[in-house]
Structures are given as structure tokens and as C-alpha cells.
Design a protein around this ligand. Structure first.
Ligand code: DX5
Ligand code: ZN
Length: 227
């Protein structure tokens, strides 16, 4: 099962964005996680619509765009995302989940559905055909640096089980306090994409390369032994 690292760009040194992106390009990471927050769906503001084309102008690493905004189905055209990007909306943010997911795919991106800690995995059941990613929030979204909500861990295995009933591959993403220790457990439960924020890649110990290696070891222990 493929494992991908998606560094959370809102946790990098934004005052030196180009340098931070170049540093990520030197690492074995597969996506860049971009948190967009509107101050309404979550009580925080983070990055804006212009950030997407800016990042695309800086790097070829695909973006993993996490829309923490209300009524995303009405606002998709605000974001110039590219084919190959992942665009995740929240199940709690619109009455029109299937319509929003279909619209993301119609724009050439991979469609993701994010579920908050209290939202049942079953909310994904009737849109599996429209999904490429299920994003299991392992914290309450809005702020980096929070502690894992422990009851979200069993949801990862549940989401994996549900995703595996679908005829096409659905990746499982985890976002929030993905520490080295938590990442190992999340990987065992079936997660594929790991949002790397202040709990791992942007924590304070060692170098960025060392932290990335530690995270890779945690999520793919056998690979790392072989590698
Ligand atoms: C939180 C964000 C993430 C993440 C950051 O809403 O979606 O970017 O939490 O990583 P941590 O939790 O490790 O600081
Ligand atoms: Zn996020």
C-alpha cells in the first residue's frame, strides 16, 4: 500500500516561502498540504486563494488542498487548482457533497472528503464513486499544534474498510497531530497520506531531512529497513 508524505505548508517559515518550498523539493515528499480557512467553517484564517497559483508557480509538487470553508460547492472557481492536485472539502460544510465532489473532478483534480472527529465515516458511503481521498481529521480542524482526538483512530480502520469496498482506489489521508508515534499507528490502521505539520516535519528537533526520514520510517518500517 502506497504511503505519501504531505507537508503542511502553513507550518513552514512563510516569511521565506521559496526557500521552504526548495527545502521540501529536496525531500522524499509527494504532496504539499495547503490549508485554506475562511474564519467561518473554522475559527481561523489561513492562506488565501492567491496562494494556490503562487505555489504552482514555485514548484511541480502536487498540492493537497484542504478547504476548511463553508459552501465550497459555490466557491471552487476561486481556486486555480491543477490536474493532479487533491482538493478536499468538508462533509460538514455543504448540503451538496456529491455535487461538490463531482465539480472538483470535472476540473481535473482528485476529489477528497474530509470528516471532523464527530462525523461518522458512513457519511462517505453514498459518494464512494465520487471519491479519490477520504481525509480523516484526527484533530478538530483550524489550528496546528493540537493533540490527537483519540477516538478518531478507530475511524481510520473503518474508513479503510469502507474505501476497500469501492471498485477504484481511494486513498486515506490523516491530518492533525501526525507525530512520529501517531503516524506509525495511523499507517497500521491503513492510512496512505500523512499531513506532516508541527508534530513531525516542522517540530523543533534535528534537521528537516532527519525528521522526514523518521516520519518515513514510522509509516513504512519495512521499506526503511530494506532501503
Ligand atoms: C490543522 C491543519 C494541519 C495540521 C498541522 O487544521 O489542517 O495542517 O494540523 O499539523 P500538526 O497538527 O502536526 O501541527
Ligand atoms: Zn489540513
Amino acid at each position: 500500500m502506497q504511503k505519501y508524505i504531505s507537508p503542511s505548508i502553513c507550518c513552514c517559515d512563510l516569511s521565506h516561502l521559496e526557500e521552504s518550498v526548495r527545502a521540501l523539493e529536496r525531500l522524499p515528499v509527494e504532496y504539499i498540504h495547503v490549508d485554506i480557512m475562511d474564519g467561518e467553517f473554522v475559527s481561523n484564517y489561513c492562506l488565501g486563494t492567491e496562494f494556490i497559483p503562487l505555489l504552482h508557480s514555485l514548484t511541480n509538487i502536487p498540492l493537497d488542498i484542504h478547504l476548511m470553508i463553508t459552501q465550497p460547492d459555490r466557491k471552487l472557481d476561486y481556486f486555480a487548482f491543477s490536474p493532479g492536485d487533491i482538493v478536499s472539502i468538508h462533509a460538514e460544510s455543504t448540503f451538496h457533497i456529491q455535487k461538490a465532489l463531482a465539480a472538483i473532478r470535472a476540473r481535473g483534480a482528485k476529489a477528497g472528503l474530509a470528516i471532523n472527529p464527530a462525523t461518522p465515516v458512513e457519511h462517505c458511503k453514498w459518494v464512494l464513486e465520487d471519491l479519490d481521498v477520504i481525509l480523516v481529521m484526527t484533530i478538530n480542524p483550524g489550528f496546528a499544534g493540537q493533540r490527537l482526538v483519540p477516538q478518531t483512530l478507530p475511524k481510520i480502520a473503518q474508513a479503510r474498510q469502507l474505501a476497500d469496498t469501492c471498485g477504484h482506489e481511494i486513498l486515506l489521508e490523516v491530518d492533525g497531530n501526525v507525530s512520529f508515534e501517531n503516524a506509525a499507528r495511523m499507517s497500521k490502521e491503513g492510512a496512505n497520506i500523512f499531513v506532516a505539520g508541527t508534530s513531525s516535519l516542522y517540530c523543533r528537533t534535528g534537521t528537516l531531512e532527519e525528521r522526514c526520514h523518521l516520519l518515513r520510517q514510522a509509516i513504512e518500517p519495512n521499506q526503511s529497513k530494506a532501503g
